[in-house]
Design a protein. Structure first.
Length: 216
């Protein structure tokens, strides 16, 4: 069985051709290709290339957005077949912009990159309180929280999230990742978070790395 269709899916995804991706994914299913292979060698492989190019400033936000739209078209087509084929997500990540901050572009990019790595994302949106982050950890089997902030005035909320997790006895169960324009590695260390991601692609890589290590 030819595997050329995986390359076609990947290429069309990178070009943001959502309809082509949807049709190719369906064609791959209909011709008997393994669902896990379609996901990993076609869709995720394509988003992986986009993520690397984004990190290297070879593509920019608009290209990522249209590639993510094509990725969604493909995964929506594949979803009905995934459960029956035993395909499970690589892990769950809770994402949100902290309380007092209404910026969501960076958070949305992180979400796309995480989904592009095969991770399930629980998106809490913007202006998210530390209590809401804690509730999400209690209600979901997620190993990572990704907190975003664009304002220096809201960065302290990230420390509040870490402290709230400690107070609730959840700190050992979840890793905290922080990111956003004013956030630094030093700040991450100062508030006791686990990971700092300078960009969306790095955030996805850190989350994948964590889940791979945790699975060993």
């Amino acid at each position: 069985m030819s595997t050329a269709i995986f390359d076609e899916i990947s290429l069309n995804l990178q070009q943001g051709r959502a309809k082509n991706v949807k049709d190719l994914v369906q064609q791959a299913v209909d011709t008997g290709h393994n669902v896990k292979d379609i996901l990993e060698k076609g869709l995720l492989a394509g988003m992986d290339i986009i993520g690397t190019k984004f990190k290297n400033n070879e593509v920019y936000v608009p290209e990522v957005l249209i590639a993510a739209r094509a990725m969604k078209a493909g995964t929506d087509t594949l979803k009905p077949y995934m459960a029956s084929s035993g395909v499970v997500s690589a892990g769950k990540v809770i994402v949100g912009t902290v309380k007092g901050d209404l910026h969501d572009i960076g958070k949305n990019l992180v979400k796309m990159m995480l989904e592009g790595k095969g991770l399930e994302v629980i998106d809490l949106g913007v202006d998210v309180s530390k209590e809401k982050f804690v509730e999400a950890v209690k209600g979901n089997d997620a190993g990572v929280i990704a907190c975003s902030a664009l304002l220096t005035t809201t960065m302290s909320e990230m420390k509040g999230v870490v402290e709230a997790l400690v107070a609730e006895g959840l700190r050992d169960k979840v890793k905290v990742m922080v990111g956003g324009a004013p956030v630094t590695e030093t700040f991450k260390n100062n508030i006791g978070a686990d990971f700092y991601a300078p960009d969306a692609a790095s955030a996805a890589e850190e989350a994948v790395k964590y889940y791979k290590t945790a699975a060993v």
